[in-house]
Design a protein around this ligand. Structure first.
Ligand SMILES: [Mg+2]
Length: 307
């Protein structure tokens, strides 16, 4: 593709006819797009101050939202009078970030925890995406594992400071990621080198994709495992599946399912931007009928709103 695209562009210049001419044809422009047209998305995540500001805003806001929960827990245990302890316990009892359908436990005596996804939530894999642009190729497991093995992902802005604050405040920090169990050691090394809380021997807080343990790509079972022993007070992700199960569906369904939780964004649930990939792509591109059914780009383009 690196050769094909410039040649095609040059040809178009000579013919001056490749772009659709308004008024002459109602047909959409048929300029072939490369298989991987993520240039804007990757450039934004790597270099735009706008991306850094957004990510930092999420994590600074999370600390502001969750600091009172830590105080409630302390007051519920050790406030000097019964009234203050009961009030704090009540506030704490009303604060739980687990989705309703997954929540099994609401014991205010449990230790506090947060659950963070890894990729594009705390680890920035945009260099991997850049390399895929270089070879005009999409994600594949082999190249991905090679990138993970390098242990060179950088931290998403604000994420190290936030998780260190959380650990220092006594909140257990769990990472629930769809990186494979085989990539676990490299992932742990990468996280630790960046300063994320994950003690040596504390790998039970890094919950990877692992069929042998019943941990499928749907993260429900792993969230439930954390919920069993902890009060989950905040969840962090770049993908709706980091918060809810059953999200591999169409956009109207996703919007309906998240409406219940609308007030949780920025208070219990914290979403990082990821314009490069995610379940949103399938939701936007794979639920068309007719000719666009098997053409993700055509489907996505048809569904753009013009008013
Ligand atoms: Mg992710």
């Amino acid at each position: 593709m690196t050769l094909r695209t410039p040649v095609a562009a040059l040809f178009c210049l000579f013919l001056a006819a490749c772009a659709s001419a308004p008024g002459k044809s109602d047909a959409p422009a048929t300029t072939a797009a490369p298989a991987n047209d993520q240039l804007y998305a990757v450039s934004w995540q790597q270099d735009a101050v706008e991306y850094e500001a957004t990510a930092r805003s999420v994590y600074v806001g999370a600390r502001r939202a969750l600091a009172p929960v830590v105080q409630w827990q302390q007051q519920a245990a050790s406030a000097p009078d019964d009234e203050a302890r009961a009030t704090a316990a009540n506030q704490l009892g009303n604060w739980n970030a687990m989705p309703m359908a997954e929540r099994a436990n609401n014991d205010t005596g449990q230790p506090l925890a947060i659950i963070l996804d890894a990729d594009e939530t705390v680890l920035d894999n945009s260099p991997y995406q850049a390399r895929r642009i270089d070879v005009d190729a999409l994600f594949d497991p082999e190249s991905w594992s090679a990138w993970v093995a390098e242990r060179r992902a950088r931290a998403v802005p604000g994420s190290v400071e936030f998780t260190q604050w959380a650990a220092g405040a006594g909140i257990a920090v769990f990472y629930v990621t769809n990186r494979s169990a085989a990539d676990g050691a490299a992932t742990a090394d990468n996280l630790r080198a960046l300063g994320f809380p994950l003690s040596e021997g504390g790998e039970e807080r890094l919950l990877l994709l692992d069929d042998a343990r019943g941990f499928g790509s749907d993260k429900v079972s792993r969230r439930r495992l954390v919920d069993r022993d902890y009060r989950v007070i905040g969840m962090f992700g770049d993908n709706l599946g980091d918060f809810l199960g059953g999200v591999k569906t169409d956009n109207p369904t996703r919007k309906r399912r998240t409406a219940t939780y609308r007030d949780w964004w920025g208070s219990r649930w914290f979403m990082l931007p990821n314009p490069m990939y995610g379940s949103w792509v399938d939701a936007a591109a794979k639920f068309c009928d007719g000719a666009e059914k098997d053409d993700a780009r055509a489907c996505m383009r048809r569904n753009l709103r013009r008013e």
